[in-house]
Ligand binder design. Structure first.
Ligand SMILES: [Zn+2]
Length: 133
């Protein structure tokens, strides 16, 4: 250690290691938050709030959302990476803007879709009870 405290290299390593630990802890927390939310949605059927944010879902390894159309009762998967919303948007806030494409074309007032669970990949967990779109 010199007169000016630890060298730049040592300080850099100290910062880097804390930074990496923080990222890992955050990712772990995100993963657990997503899993906990999934369990609540699957086992208890809700409530949907509070939910993880877009950022937490993607960083926690759940970049897909299975949704169920209230009109045709078909399941569909939304890739959260393609959602054009700020990263801090809560998952439940997306529900208001979910519309089933085939149903939208059929009627002037398309039925809403309901958020079911977060998924690790497209078609993860299979479709809901009524099949997929
Ligand atoms: Zn539909």
């Amino acid at each position: 250690m010199g007169a000016n405290g630890p060298s730049w290299g040592r300080r850099h390593i100290a910062w880097r290691s804390k930074h990496d630990q923080a990222l890992q802890a955050q990712q772990h927390a995100d993963k657990l938050a997503c899993e906990a939310w999934n369990e609540r949605m699957l086992q208890l059927g809700g409530p949907i709030r509070p939910s993880p944010s877009l950022r937490a879902a993607i960083s926690g390894g759940f970049p897909f959302l299975r949704v169920l159309c209230n009109g045709c009762q078909q399941s569909s998967w939304v890739n959260l990476a393609n959602v054009r919303r700020p990263a801090e948007t809560w998952i439940w806030q997306l529900e208001a803007s979910l519309v089933c494409q085939p149903c939208r074309e059929r009627t002037r007032f398309p039925p809403r879709a309901a958020i079911e669970i977060l998924c690790r990949y497209d078609r993860d967990q299979g479709p809901g009870p009524y099949g997929e779109r």
